[in-house]
Design a protein around this ligand. Structure first.
Ligand SMILES: [Ca+2]
Length: 601
């Protein structure tokens, strides 16, 4: 460490990250996905009924629906329509949906390809009073849409917050939309549809507020156009916003967004555009709604749309097994890798249970998982120097996390000002990204070092979020002094005479420098993430005692060249006792944890 030092205007300029890698990592047992079922191969949809039963309905491509209840899959299928379903490739039983107030209605809907390959939307109901058994023989077909090719059948049906059924239809298949269905407004293929299934149980109705009901150029069922193969779409339960994942041709996978206030009529671009690029050069982009996020072939080959969960939209890729969290930040969208399951993890669908917890299926091996949220506790948020709890304005904190970081590694900020994104994550305090010093994951051990904003008010709670974690409230305190150490016990001291690191005893009458954190506000403003290059003293009174004897403090303030680090220059009093002594720094009558120093005879 000594070699990493140089002098800076009379102060010491130890490379600003040197201390923090000394921090001891806390042990955690990381569980990223929690397996809840192993027998649901070819899973195409996961739904909950909203009836208070806590059940999950696990839809299988072969034409059956299994119930997961109280921790296990029931042996008897809820529905078995294998005799009606064509299966294999992209065909099969692809989706189910429960209408609002299912508890009283006891009917539900499915989306499958029939023996001819056509898309069928139909209604089934319970046999009798048994909530775990539907009448597979009693079907009411609402809508049949012929399919020209075996692929791109869409398959999702969802009831929106408006009580209407939305249907995601692919472009009919083959490649590059040979029939031009995406932009053919007389075709139901390549569209998002919206129908009213609940007003008249004999048939479906066209909602009078559909965007094209009075336009003879359009089928009135159409809600939005320009889809290639929406696998899959969902509504944010809290906002009503809709997210549509559209599988790409050979360049980009895309996430499309429809705000809750939309009245429909969006054109999402296919086959004029794939993602944000023209399929053929010089295309007319006028009137097209471009995706909010795209990813290229290096990241994945077939998007699987998911759900908004804990404030972020989670989605994945069927081929690469990655799960991402997409979140709005101001006017931009920020994408974070949340999990990397590798190519053996063929992500075919996500689902939400009644409580809003997220699930995901591995199509290939039949495993279904509950997504375990990234977590940390307020007890795991400590001063980077003293391990004291509580955040101080401008201070450097360490947070120990679980499930937040997706890959091993040590990421250390390499220059100033400190970045607000590091190692693929952000840390937010009261919603705003803060400067990051280090992000470390070593096996199951994770820690993140960040700087607290300078404008936090003592006595309040600050809302802290690490990556996609839940938000945890952390108390803000005026000062929480801590002295950096050489190790767990000994203070790190620098000689004032030659700026060398003290490795043995210190001498009475000489001047030394210690480094500290959590000393509070200074008399000069400093931007978050920036180091001061000038003298800036702390506003509160500091005192230093060694072996009980008071030492004179010449300076207590910013450590130039560092971010959020303070230094205290002091002269060792002649009355300090010799031998191994306690070093006690206090600011505003708050004591730092005691460090040890050896005082020479
Ligand atoms: Ca598009």
């Amino acid at each position: 460490m000594t070699k990493a030092m140089d002098s800076y205007g009379g102060f010491m300029n130890v490379k600003f990250f040197s201390f923090f890698l000394l921090t001891v990592l806390a042990a955690t047992s990381q569980v990223r996905l929690e397996r809840i079922a192993t027998t649901i191969s070819l899973c195409t949809d996961i739904q909950s009924a909203g009836d208070g039963s806590g059940r999950l309905f696990l839809v299988r491509q072969n034409g059956t629906i299994a119930i997961w209840r109280d921790g296990q899959v029931l042996q008897r299928p809820f529905l078995d329509i294998r005799s009606k379903v064509s299966t294999g490739g992209e065909r099969g039983l692809l989706g189910m949906a429960f209408p609002p107030n299912y508890k009283d209605k006891k009917w539900f809907y499915v989306n499958y390809t029939d023996r001819s390959g056509a898309t069928v939307i139909s209604r089934y109901q319970l046999v009798g009073s048994d909530p775990d058994l539907a009448d597979s023989a009693n079907e009411r077909i609402l809508l049949t849409i012929p399919q020209p090719f075996s692929n791109h059948n869409g398959g999702q049906i969802q009831f929106g917050p408006d009580g209407m059924m939305y249907i995601g239809m692919g472009d009919g298949g083959s490649a590059n939309d040979p029939e031009g269905n995406g932009q053919n407004n007389r075709a139901l293929l390549g569209k998002m549809l919206r129908i009213d299934t609940e007003s008249n149980l004999a048939r479906y109705e066209i909602p009078p507020d559909n965007p094209f009901v009075n336009n003879a150029g359009y089928r009135p069922e159409i809600w939005a156009t320009g889809m290639r193969n929406p696998w899959r779409f969902s509504f944010d339960r809290s906002t009503g916003d809709m997210f549509i994942a559209d599988v790409g041709q050979n360049r980009f996978e895309e996430i499309n967004f429809q705000p809750a206030a939309s009245r429909g009529g969006e054109n999402y671009g296919w086959v004029t555009m794939e993602g944000n690029e023209c399929v053929r050069a010089g295309c007319n982009r006028a009137g097209l709604t471009l995706p909010i996020w795209v990813y290229p072939r290096t990241e994945g080959l077939s998007v699987t749309g998911g759900y908004v969960y804990r404030g972020a939209y989670y989605y994945g890729d069927f081929v690469t097994g990655k799960i991402w969290a997409l979140r709005r930040q101001g006017n931009a969208w920020v994408n974070e890798l949340a999990f990397d399951g590798g190519r053996a993890f063929s992500i075919s669908t996500f689902g939400l249970d009644e409580a809003g917890d997220l699930y995901v299926a591995n199509y290939g091996n039949g495993e279904v998982f509950r997504v375990v949220p990234p977590t940390f506790s307020s007890a795991g948020v400590v001063s980077a120097s003293s391990f004291a709890q509580g955040m101080t304005a401008g201070g450097l904190m360490t947070v120990f996390t679980r499930n937040v970081l997706s890959s091993n590694g040590t990421f250390v900020a390499g220059s100033l000002p400190l970045p607000r994104s590091l190692g693929g994550i952000q840390v937010r305090v009261n919603g705003n990204p803060v400067p990051l010093l280090a992000v470390v994951r070593n096996g199951d051990n994770e820690q993140v070092n960040f700087q607290v904003p300078w404008d936090l008010q003592p006595g309040t709670n600050a809302r802290l979020q690490v990556g996609s974690s839940e938000v945890v409230e952390i108390p803000v305190v005026a000062v929480a002094p801590g002295v950096f150490g050489l190790n767990a016990t000994d203070a790190l001291l620098i000689r004032g005479s030659d700026f060398s690191l003290v490795t043995g005893a210190i001498r009475r009458g000489e001047t030394y420098v210690l480094y500290a954190s959590g000393l509070g506000l200074m008399d000069l403003p400093v931007a978050a993430g920036e180091a001061l290059s000038q003298v800036a003293r702390i506003r509160r009174a500091a005192s230093l005692r060694i072996g009980g004897a008071v030492c004179d403090i010449d300076y207590a303030g910013a450590a130039p060249g560092f971010v959020g680090v303070y230094q205290v220059n002091f002269r060792l009093s002649g009355s300090v006792p010799t031998g191994l002594q306690d070093l006690l720094l206090s600011v505003d009558s708050v004591d730092a944890p005691v460090r040890k120093v050896l005082v020479a005879n």
